[in-house]
Design a protein around this ligand. Structure first.
Ligand SMILES: Cc1cc2nc3c(=O)[nH]c(=O)nc-3n(C[C@H](O)[C@H](O)[C@H](O)COP(=O)(O)OP(=O)(O)OC[C@H]3O[C@@H](n4cnc5c(N)ncnc54)[C@H](O)[C@@H]3O)c2cc1C
Ligand code: SF4
Length: 483
């Protein structure tokens, strides 16, 4: 960048510059005192500097690395030229829920950037966040209401999976109605993701956009009962099932029933949602908190406990840091904020006092053995290595078990796999013509990326399935020439 504000455009060297770039974020001390987002946006100048480092590879590996094949070089080129509004529109046209992706995605695009290893990768994720915000704050969001194509689709689930499918179909001119069992849309985005990772206003903005595109919401519904599947198939041209399934995995060791052992997700939801939920409040202020697990929920528990005034916050994980399923940058954020980590340790018993309150967690040291089915090494206990961690509260974050699809009412017509997931063909269609499914219902508990990828695939499949009827519904009304 030159003194006068112009960007130096010599592509031979630009990629080397900007070394040591880290997205701007608030200090750890400041951020643990509130629940506000920790990252701030790039300014226009830094966004352009970073975008200029993109060398516009003819076969961009970043796009291959992106689960939604974002058209990264295209919007990068526009950002480098300072054409932010156009860049934001290209981003919106190619992806969906970029505000969520740029916060929850582990940005594998940057790991695949050709600069990685020679210089810092281009800050793709930070620019994606910048562009989403720029688009909305500068009116560069395409809210053109597409002409209706005469066909309608019912979507079961107002979580990211259903919202994505609804968005893609509404953009194609379908009249979409989204049904959800809860009284508010958003799924885990509304309840599970802490505000310091994704502020609530972003979900509201997305929902408002969907409503402008004509998407209708029917909340507190019980698909299979009210409405029945039969009714849905009569009233709509296609139906998509994307509701989540799965139950939190319990801690199955002696003492797990003691007062002070809670599911981490319940703790997070209590802090996220104002409305009371069916569980006694979990108090961590001035207490010693031990979180068991190493995934995204565990990191969110640690960071939520720190913001809730816990005296000491410790994570126990049975493998090493390298095997932790949590996003590496969220691990760093938790560490910066004061969370401590005990790797290669597994819980064996919860300890309590005579009144039934938790006093500690007995653990055993582990070593890594042969790989398990998922490729990660087995954690093997080391005999005679037990030790006790003092604790007042234990938050369990051991992931989800695929509880299987619970067919309510006439949903029992849907064929299931041996794992009790909804059976679909390569085009996401179930055994019932015109009824599609995706996300956790077909693959088991899944990450945001999987839910959204399945939803987009299903939207394309629904559009292809309805193509003959779409053409018919758009045919001119009245007597046909040469009929
Ligand atoms: C604390 C936490 C942190 C996370 N962090 C990350 C992360 O960093 N990266 C990542 O990729 N993923 C993360 N995830 C996972 C991510 O939130 C989920 O993968 C994503 O929300 C799945 O979307 P979904 O639409 O399939 O399900 P959900 O978000 O669970 O939404 C399901 C919706 O379906 C509705 N529903 C359920 N049953 C029925 C029914 N029978 N009829 C009608 N509606 C029904 C529910 O009311 C809900 O609204 C995290 C999850 C949690 C809890
Ligand atoms: S952050 Fe994730 S969604 Fe965004 S461009 Fe990178 S890989 Fe794609």
């Amino acid at each position: 960048m030159e003194q006068d504000g112009t960007i130096r455009s010599d592509p031979r060297y630009a990629w080397r510059e900007g070394g040591g770039f880290a997205p701007p974020k608030r200090s750890a001390t400041e951020r643990v005192s509130d629940f506000l987002e920790i990252y701030s946006f790039l300014d226009e100048r830094t966004a352009r500097e970073q975008a200029l480092r993109c060398i516009q590879c003819p076969e961009p590996t970043c796009v291959e690395g992106c689960p939604v094949n974002n058209r990264i070089p295209e919007w990068m080129g526009l950002v480098a030229d300072g054409r932010f509004a156009e860049a934001a529109q290209v981003l919106q046209a190619s992806t969906c829920m970029e505000e969520v992706f740029s916060r929850l995605c582990a940005h594998p695009c940057e790991a695949r950037c050709v600069l990685e290893g020679r210089a810092d990768p281009v800050a793709i994720n930070a620019i994606e966040r910048f562009l989403h915000d720029y688009g909305f704050s500068h009116g560069a969001v395409d809210v053109t209401i597409p002409p209706l194509n005469g066909l309608s689709v019912a979507v079961m689930n107002a979580g990211p999976c259903g919202l994505t499918c609804a968005y893609d179909l509404a953009r194609l001119g379908y009249a979409v109605t989204v049904y959800d069992a809860r009284s508010a849309p958003g799924g885990l985005l509304a309840q599970g993701i802490p505000r310091f990772r994704m502020e609530q206003g972003l979900l509201e903005r997305r929902l408002a956009l969907l409503e402008r595109l004509g998407v209708r919401f029917q909340l507190q519904a019980r698909p299979g009962v009210a409405p029945t599947l039969r009714e849905l198939r009569t009233q709509f041209d296609a139906v998509f099932f994307g509701a989540a399934l799965g139950q939190v995995r319990p801690l199955e060791i002696p003492g797990a029933e003691l007062r002070g052992v809670h599911q981490g997700l319940t703790f997070i939801v209590q802090r996220n949602v104002q409305a009371p939920i069916e569980a006694p409040p979990i108090e961590v202020c001035a207490r010693r908190v031990v979180v068991v697990g190493g995934g995204d929920v565990a990191m969110d528990c640690l960071r939520t406990a720190l913001r809730s005034g816990a005296k000491d916050v410790l994570c126990v994980y049975r493998r090493s840091q390298a095997e932790m399923p949590a996003n590496p940058f969220e691990y760093e954020n938790a560490r910066e904020e004061g969370a401590r980590f005990e790797f290669l340790a597994a819980p064996v018993a919860v300890l309590g006092d005579a009144s039934g309150n938790v006093t500690g967690l007995r653990c055993v040291r582990t070593r890594l053995g042969e790989p398990e089915a998922d490729g990660r090494p087995r954690a093997l206990p080391l005999p005679g290595s037990e030790f006790v961690l003092p604790a007042d509260v234990i938050l369990v974050a051991l992931g989800f078990t695929a509880a299987g699809f619970q067919a309510e009412g006439d949903l029992d017509q849907l064929a299931l796999t041996p794992q009790k997931l909804i059976q679909t063909d390569d085009n996401s269609m179930t055994n019932l013509p015109g009824v599609f499914a995706g996300g956790a219902l077909t693959r088991g508990a899944s990450a945001f990326l999987d839910a959204v990828t399945d939803a987009r695939k299903a939207a394309r499949a629904i559009d292809a399935h309805l193509a003959p009827r779409r053409a018919a519904s758009l045919a001119p009304i009245g007597p046909q020439p040469h009929a």
